[in-house]
Design a protein around this ligand. Structure first.
Ligand code: HEC
Length: 170
């Protein structure tokens, strides 16, 4: 009789210990998630979107192509300047300062050459449309022209915020 009581107490104790240690595990895990859904102790897990369209992969070398950037400048001055400033100030569309740190190169190029589909289906573009209210009209640029605008944006980011390509550097 005595032995049964003792073993009952021991079993109860073990159960309680196991149960609370399980709770602890849950607590630690949910604490990490609570800090930020994309952060796991300093690492960003979720990658930024590449957008919707033909541009699947853009590999950038660190140096700038002056020739491409020059072409991009001319396109900007002719077709984009009425809606986009080079600073962070929004006019019709958002200012471009820091854009290559916030958006992947593929996303930027898809936005330029596949504007309508991006505004219909890409989550980040839709959020921006809700913010800006005006819909960016399709610009009718070739993929090479879009690439030169991207090069111009990289140069502009170095001037404006002293950092470029931040969206792919993690
Ligand atoms: C008539 C105004 C207008 C013109 C012209 C225009 N855009 Fe836009 N652009 C916008 C608006 C507005 C947005 C924000 C998304 C939306 O609301 O459609 C935008 C967004 C963008 C974005 C995303 C910006 C970000 O911070 O995420 C890029 C890239 C872009 N435009 C590139 C261009 C390029 C390149 C040209 C010129 C070839 C151009 N745009 C011409 C209005 C314009």
């Amino acid at each position: 009789m005595r032995t049964t009581r003792v073993s009952f107490i021991i079993i109860t104790l073990i159960t309680v210990v196991l149960f609370t240690s399980c709770l602890d595990v849950f607590k630690t895990k949910s604490n990490i998630e609570f800090i930020h859904p994309n952060l796991h102790i300093g690492h960003i897990v979720k990658k930024k979107s590449k957008g919707v369209g033909h541009v699947k992969e853009v590999s950038l070398i660190d140096s700038i192509s002056e020739i491409l950037a020059k072409k991009g400048t001319l396109i900007y001055e002719k077709k984009c300047v009425s809606c986009h400033k080079l600073t962070d100030q929004r006019i019709v569309g958002p200012g471009w300062a820091g854009i290559t740190n916030n958006r992947r190169p593929e996303w930027i190029m898809n936005m330029i050459i596949n504007t309508d589909e991006m505004l219909d289906y890409d989550e980040e573009a839709i959020i921006q449309l809700e913010d800006c209210l005006t819909r960016m009209p399709p610009q009718d640029l070739t993929i090479e022209e879009a690439r030169s605008v991207l090069e111009f944006m990289r140069v502009n980011d170095l001037k404006q915020v002293h950092r470029k390509d931040g969206a792919i550097k993690y």
